[in-house]
Unconditional design. Structure first.
Length: 242
């Protein structure tokens, strides 16, 4: 084969490839031109009326139909966002009411047993969570209530409350057994209770859902809950000499 033939073969280009490159080039040129000439359609209004677009569901549609379709999609998305916001607002309002009623019940509790009953019932019945547990660091007195953790959970305190007052997420099997015994546990929130610098213990609330409690959860309501429960708990413990 001669050098001229080799050169000719090297210069040959597949027609489909050339056409594809031309399409890209044309698209770029058209796009650039329209950007540089924003009044183009104003000078050529008849072109707008004749424009057609391929739609995967509806076939060929006009520019007006395409704009209406996009507008309907935007409206649908906005409606979904509004619905979600209303749902969250409604849930937060219900949650606030539950906490408010709980605080009144705790303040009016005549003894520690009733105090713990209120916390347990609100957690399991109104908030629909699996269980409520309370661990106290002071073991000088025996407190006969199902919510009281009998095991030594000092290791849990040292591990989960090193630099924080809350822990959200899953527990190791040993921790589950210490706190919840044989109960099913998916995820938990642990709330450290303190009086000044002293750790009174912690509250453990569990959900059967392994994803329910997670580190991204907000602690705004829990901060108020933690402060009030700790103060009222101290008052109840003093009544029985703890």
């Amino acid at each position: 084969m001669s050098d001229n033939k080799v050169a000719n073969n090297n210069n040959m280009q597949d027609p489909m490839t050339a056409a594809s490159e031309m399409d890209v080039l044309n698209d770029e040129l058209v796009t650039t031109y329209l950007q540089d000439n924003p009044d183009f359609f104003g000078r050529n209004p008849q072109l707008l009326a004749s424009l057609r677009f391929n739609d995967s569901k509806r076939g060929v549609v006009s520019l007006v139909e395409r704009q209406q379709q996009i507008q309907r999609q935007k409206i649908h998305l906005l409606e979904e966002e509004i619905t979600q916001l209303l749902t969250v607002a409604n849930y937060n309002e219900q949650l606030f009411t539950v906490y408010n009623d709980l605080y009144l019940s705790l303040i009016e509790s005549s003894d520690l047993s009733h105090f713990l009953d209120c916390l347990t019932q609100t957690t399991t019945q109104l908030l629909n969570l699996a269980s409520f547990k309370l661990y106290l660091t002071n073991k000088d007195f025996e407190i006969g209530h199902d919510s009281i953790v009998k095991s030594d959970c000092s290791s849990v305190i040292n591990k989960r409350f090193t630099n924080q007052d809350y822990y959200f997420g899953r527990l190791q099997q040993e921790e589950k057994e210490l706190i919840f015994s044989e109960q099913e546990v998916g995820s938990v929130v642990l709330v450290q209770l303190t009086e000044g610098e002293q750790c009174l213990g912690f509250i453990a609330i569990s959900s059967n859902d392994a994803e329910h409690f997670n580190p991204s959860m907000d602690t705004l309501l829990l901060n108020q809950f933690r402060t009030l429960v700790a103060k009222l708990l101290v008052q109840q413990l003093r009544k029985i000499g703890l």
